[in-house]
Structure formats: structure tokens, C-alpha cells
Design a protein around this ligand. Structure first.
Ligand code: GLC
Ligand code: MG
Length: 715
């Protein structure tokens, strides 16, 4: 599981502490718990963000927290140490991806399923699932397009919404997740159809409706001996002339959308309903209406006016106080009196109180909308009604309070239905059934892929062979054949990377022409792009990382003043690469070019090769830095990376702790590396020079290196 934002801990979770630590956190913890308890599940790790701050409990800074023998929370750092709200997390999510990879690498085995929660984790999941070839399951919890819609309806402008919520990024990621995830879990049919229906890239058959489990242990029907507590009895009954009549119960906030006035109106218009039942409205606590917040005060005042209008005194009870732990008692009281629970809201997305009523053995009346549609379909414990139509509402209420044997049936159905459909065990059973399908499907695909590639997944690599293409990998076809044979024999645990000045497209073309199998990693355009084969997936984290401080247009303009520079043709230019052909005699020394850029407030990495090319890149980009990034991301130490090159743009990756090999046919600018630590100048040229370097460093002689057998797919 990946759930990034908010504060997550298992002991006394602080649900409600802030807007990001609420329903989703509760849901995820319950789900992890229920999954871990199921014998069909070996292990569950919940990955979340590590937060360290004096104002927040140290629990959230622990790297690990055990939940049960086979489940735990794993906290990974991303971005600043302090707590930040979810909208501000976006720039740091790539770091979470890298740390998650490192975490996975340290484990005995990879997960079979990645389940992500909310768009931020969805983004992380997109990358991990692609790179590790693990199917992704996603739960949206709430959706950007839905939020956008209601914020616009509420009068905010697009610009305001964007500034405050960064909603376009979120929606964009949601679209990608919907397109790529193997399964999307929705809580209600309406969420699946209408909310996800707002998106362009949904695959409706991949959306599964599995309602969350509810902790309804406090809610059960009254038994024979049950009597209401004195407090309940007094608070409710003191307003009623004949308290033992069937009770119509509603429990809702005094909020316009809950339509409490509509309910009183319906009751007021029906003398027969008044004759056969009492109406009990539990709408929060109050001492005096006049002290309430204005909108709530307005609603309660309207209700009192309606009571007066229809002369409902003695038939309607609106208790002033109740304790949270008295709520189950209220439900039992209504059940005891053969009543009905009504949710008269205009719309209802989920309807938790309806489930509490069902568990307590009371039939329900609810709007024909959202969650209630699913509840009544699953439980067959009451009626759906057009809540804005008072006559229809009154008819439905009357039908239930006068139902006879049918009432008992409804009550029983509710108790059973909630157990079968709204308990976490029930959720997990449905969940695992779907998940098994997903895993089966992906295993088939994986097996196919491994046969195709004869390669175990990237994450198992313990060393990297990183080669420049032109004049290193290519140039001598006999040498190339020998090198490819060597690579085939040593593929286990070795990641094959190319690092080239060419664009991705040209690199792929020239490799194909020379029958070189697609490498697992392609560093192209002088290190300004990283992709993973065979699907050629971009490394999004790298792009985010190097974008820093890069102002392409301004850099281009500034360099117009430099003599001796002729822009290379378009295909050689990139989002993060400006390239020139150079007239060596005309160009001023490179540090002067750097100074010129600096004087304009620009920063760039200037790379000169073959006395003929100048590449201008973001300061964080180069082949060498791309190699170091791979080392970090995939936890392969630099000493386990052999790099081979022939010219200036290879310099950075050759230097430092990597095992550097300069092939015999090198270009003069590399002469100055001679004698540097861990740089081997091969006597042979091209691919044979690489093989000579491999031998020099005893690169693959360690245990577990040579193998002719592709690794088995994970069990
Ligand atoms: C490749 C690229 C070119 C670059 C040169 C040196 O030839 O196509 O754009 O300038 O390598 O890095
Ligand atoms: Mg080269």
C-alpha cells in the first residue's frame, strides 16, 4: 500500500487532526489490518511519508512500525522533514519513488501488488509499477474533477483553484492512473459511473465497486431485556405525548443539504403518518438555538415554525443533547418501537448512518442516490424515495411504520446485509478475488516478457555496465559481437546501459541497425534524458530533478553572441539540451562562455567534445550525473558500475569512483585523465577496449555474476 499524505500511525491514529488525516487514513489502516489477517495474504507493507517536527508526535518519524506479525508501516522521507499539506507534496514525490525502490531492493522479495491511495500515491505507483513490472491497484478516495466542479459551482475561478489546490497536476495524474492501473476500486456504483465518468481515460471494466468495511460493532438490535438508558428516555420522550408509538428517527447535521425541513414538511402534511408515528430529529447538541452558528440556527428555527404551522406538538421530539456513545442506544430505541430510520438528504454519496441503522435492526428510507442505492440493493432493508417530494416521502414512511411482517423482514435483512457487504472481511474477500485475477493476468504478461528479454527485473541488478555508443560500443563489428556474447553470458545481475550524446530516437535506430538488443537503460542526449527498455519508459524523476534552474530560451538568446557556434540541426536539440557545432579556432575559452551566462543570471553545464561539439545542458544534467542518479535510485554502488567512453562528453562518468575505461581510439580531450584514479586506458579500441577494461577490473568475477539462465519469475 502507498498512502503518502497525512499522519499515519496504528496506535490512537489522530483522525481528524487536520484535513489530510481523516477518512482515507482510517480506511487504509483498516484495510491493511483486514488484509494482513486474511490467510490468503502473506504480507502487507504500508508505505507513507516520514515526518519529523517538534509539534508532531515522534511516532511519525519512526522508520518502521509493526502492525501485526505480517504487516507494518514503513516511513520514507520525501521533501522537507516537517509536516506539509498534500497540495504541497507534489514536487517531492519523485524522491519517494527513489526511496521506495531502495526499500524494495533491501527486501527478500518484491510485492505482487502495489495498491495506491489518492492521486499523490497514484503518481508514485505509476512509476514503481512500470519500473518493477508490478500491477497497480488504485483507490481515488476523492477526485480532482469532482472537486473542480464543486469549487467552480461555489464561485471560485479556475486561477484561484489552481493556485490553491494545484488541481491540474492532480487531474493529469488521475487520468494517467486511470489509463494504466490494472484495477480501480470505488466505494459506490455512483462513484464508479458518475465520478469516474468525468474522466477521459477510464476503462469502465477495470473499475470495481467494493464498499469499505465499517466498524459497526457498537451497533446491534435490542434484545428482549433491553431498556433505554434513563438519559435517552428522558431527552427523547419528554417532548412526546405517546412515546410508545413507532418512531421515525433521523440523525443528521443541521445542514441545508440534509433537508430536515423537508422531512418535517412531509410529516406535517400527513395526518395519518402523525397518527401512526412520532418523529424524532437528532441534529447535534444545543443549549439555545440563538447561540448556534447562523445556518444551523436558521434550519432549527424553520423546523420549530413548521411544528407550529402543522401543530405537531407532542408528536415531534428534537432532543437538545446527546452523547456520541448514546447514538447506538437511539437506534435501538427506534428498533424497539418498530420504527424507521430516515435519511432525507437531497443527495448522499455514502450514508454511514444508514449502515448503523441497518446494523441496529431498523428499516431505512433514503434518497434514491449514491451510496443508498447500493445499500438497499445489497441489504433489501427499506425503500428509496425522492426526498424532495414530501408526499412521496410521507408515503414511504407510512409504508414502513405500518408494514407488519414485512417490517421484521427488513430489520433482519439489514443486520445480515451489513455483515455480508459492509464488514472489512467481506471487503477483503471481494478484493482478493479481483486481485487474484489481476495477478494471474500480469504473470502471464511477465513470463512472456522475460522470455523475450532473457533478463531478470532491473531491481535485482548488482552491477551496471554503462557504455557510450559511438566509437565505443560501435565501430568494430567483430569486437561488438564478442562484447554482446560476453553480455549474454553475464546478464544475471548486470544492468546494461548506454550513455550517448545522440537523441533517444537516433540511439534506438543505430542500435537496431547494429543488432544490439535494447538496453535496460538508455541515457540519451548527453544525459539529459533517461529511459528504460524495452518499453522505453521515461524516468520522470530525472526530468524533474534536472529541470532545476534551467532557462532554455534565455540561454539560447545569450549564446547567440558567442562567435564560432553554429546550432546543430533540430533533431539534436532537446528540452534539456542545446547543441552547437563549433569552429574551434573562433570560440573563446569555455570559462568565458560560462561567465557570459552567469552575468545574465543563467546557469548551465557546458560540455565540449571532439573539438567539434558544444552541448549546453541544465546544471544537474550530464552523462556522469545520470550515472550517479542511477546508482542512487537502484542502489548500485558506484564501484560496481563500469563505464566506457572515448570523448569529452564521457569525461564526467569516467571520473570518480566508477570503474572508468577509456578505449584505445579515444579523442585527445581525454588525454588529461591519464593517471587519474580508477581510469583505465585500454590498448584495444572500440568494443574490444571495453572487454579489456572488464578484464582489468575483474568486473564480473564475483560470485553470482555469470549465468546463462534467466531468473525465474517471482513466485
Ligand atoms: C552526438 C549528438 C550531438 C552532440 C554530440 C556530443 O553526436 O548528436 O548533438 O553534440 O554527440 O555530445
Ligand atoms: Mg563517443
Amino acid at each position: 500500500m502507498v498512502s503518502v499524505h497525512g499522519l499515519i500511525r496504528s496506535k490512537e491514529p489522530e483522525l481528524g487532526r487536520d484535513p489530510d488525516t481523516g477518512g482515507q487514513v482510517g480506511y487504509v489502516l483498516d484495510l491493511v489490518h483486514a488484509l494482513a489477517n486474511n490467510t490468503g495474504v502473506e504480507k502487507v507493507d504500508l508505505l507513507t511519508r516520514k515526518v519529523e517536527s517538534p509539534s508532531i508526535s515522534a511516532d511519525y518519524a519512526a522508520d518502521e512500525e509493526a502492525l501485526s506479525p505480517n504487516s507494518r508501516i514503513v516511513r520514507l522521507r520525501c521533501g522537507p522533514r516537517r509536516y506539509i499539506r498534500k497540495e504541497a507534496l507534489w514536487p517531492y514525490l519523485d524522491e519517494f519513488v527513489d526511496r521506495a525502490l531502495q526499500h524494495f531492493k533491501a527486501q527478500d522479495r518484491l510485492p505482487d501488488i502495489l495498491h495506491t491511495h489518492y492521486a499523490d500515491a497514484g503518481y508514485i505507483g505509476l512509476q514503481l509499477s512500470n519500473m518493477l513490472n508490478i500491477p497497480q491497484i488504485h483507490t481515488g478516495h476523492s477526485l480532482g474533477r469532482v472537486k473542480l466542479q464543486y469549487l467552480l459551482e461555489g464561485g471560485m475561478t479556475e486561477t484561484q483553484i489552481e493556485r490553491r489546490f494545484r488541481i491540474s497536476r492532480r487531474i493529469d495524474v488521475e487520468e494517467q492512473v486511470l489509463d494504466q492501473a490494472a484495477m480501480i476500486i470505488a466505494s459506490t456504483r455512483q462513484e464508479a459511473d458518475q465520478q469516474y465518468g468525468l474522466y477521459e481515460r477510464t476503462h469502465p471494466n477495470r473499475i470495481k465497486v467494493i464498499p469499505p468495511g465499517m466498524d459497526l460493532s457498537r451497533f446491534h438490535p435490542p434484545d428482549r431485556e433491553w431498556r433505554p438508558s434513563q438519559a435517552i428516555h428522558e431527552e427523547v420522550d419528554r417532548f412526546l405525548t405517546k412515546p410508545n408509538k413507532p418512531m421515525i428517527l433521523t440523525i443528521a447535521r443541521a445542514d441545508r443539504r440534509k433537508n430536515l425541513e423537508g422531512l418535517v414538511e412531509a410529516y406535517g402534511q400527513s395526518p395519518e403518518l402523525q397518527d401512526r408515528s412520532n418523529l424524532v430529529i437528532v441534529a447535534g447538541n444545543r443549549d439555545e438555538i440563538s447561540n448556534l452558528e447562523e445556518s444551523a440556527a436558521q434550519i432549527l428555527t424553520n423546523i420549530l415554525l413548521l411544528i407550529d404551522k402543522y401543530a405537531l406538538n407532542g408528536k415531534v421530539s428534537m432532543p437538545k443533547h446527546h452523547q456520541p456513545d448514546e447514538v447506538p442506544e437511539l437506534f435501538r430505541l427506534a428498533a424497539k418501537r418498530r420504527g424507521v430510520f430516515v435519511n432525507s438528504a437531497i443527495t448522499e454519496a455514502f450514508g454511514l448512518t444508514l449502515l448503523e441503522a441497518a446494523a441496529s435492526g431498523i428499516p431505512i428510507i433514503a434518497p434514491d442516490d449514491g451510496g443508498p442505492i447500493d445499500i438497499v440493493r445489497h441489504c433489501r432493508n427499506g425503500l428509496l424515495v425522492e426526498t424532495l417530494n414530501p408526499a412521496a416521502l410521507a408515503d414511504a414512511l407510512l409504508a414502513v411504520v405500518t408494514a407488519g411482517p414485512k417490517w421484521r423482514q427488513w430489520a433482519r435483512n439489514g443486520v445480515a446485509g451489513v455483515k455480508n457487504h459492509y464488514a472489512w472481511d467481506a471487503h477483503v474477500n471481494k478484493y482478493l478475488k479481483e486481485v487474484r485475477q489481476v495477478i494471474r493476468g500480469s504473470r502471464k504478461a511477465t513470463r512472456h516478457r522475460i522470455e523475450l528479454l532473457h533478463k531478470p527485473p532491473l531491481i535485482h541488478a548488482s552491477r551496471i555496465l554503462a557504455l557510450d555508443i559511438d566509437n565505443v560500443l560501435l565501430g568494430d563489428s567483430d569486437g561488438l559481437r564478442k562484447l554482446l556474447e560476453w553480455m549474454d553470458e553475464h546478464r544475471k545481475g548486470t544492468m546494461f546501459a548506454v550513455a550517448t550524446g545522440r537523441s533517444l530516437r537516433e540511439a534506438l535506430a543505430v542500435l537496431r541497425e547494429n543488432n544490439v538488443p535494447t538496453p535496460e537503460v538508455l541515457i540519451s542526449s548527453v544525459g539529459s534524458e533517461i529511459h528504460y527498455g524495452p518499453k522505453i519508459l521515461p524516468d520522470l524523476g530525472w526530468a524533474t530533478h534536472i529541470r532545476y534552474s534551467w532557462r532554455r530560451e534565455d540561454t539560447l538568446i545569450a549564446l547567440k553572441e558567442v562567435p564560432g557556434l553554429e546550432p546543430q540541426p533540430m533533431p539534436n536539440q532537446g528540452e534539456f539540451k542545446i547543441s552547437y557545432n563549433v569552429t574551434d579556432s573562433a570560440i573563446p575559452p569555455l570559462d568565458q562562455v560560462s561567465n557570459l551566462l552567469a552575468s545574465r543570471g543563467l546557469r548551465a553545464n557546458l560540455i565540449y567534445s571532439h573539438g567539434a561539439f558544444l552541448d549546453v545542458l541544465p546544471i544537474r544534467a550530464s552523462k556522469g550525473r545520470a550515472i550517479r542518479y542511477l546508482s542512487y535510485k537502484w542502489s548500485v554502488p558506484l564501484e560496481k558500475i563500469l563505464v566506457a567512453g572515448d570523448s569529452g562528453n564521457d569525461e564526467e562518468m569516467l571520473e570518480g569512483r566508477t570503474l572508468g575505461v577509456v578505449v584505445g581510439n579515444y579523442s585527445p580531450e581525454l588525454e588529461r585523465l591519464r593517471g587519474h584514479h580508477q581510469i583505465y586506458f585500454a590498448k584495444s579500441s572500440y568494443a574490444l577496449g571495453v572487454l579489456e577494461g572488464i578484464e582489468h577490473y575483474h568486473f564480473c568475477e564475483a560470485r553470482g555474476c555469470a549465468s546463462n539462465h534467466p531468473a525465474e519469475p517471482q513466485a
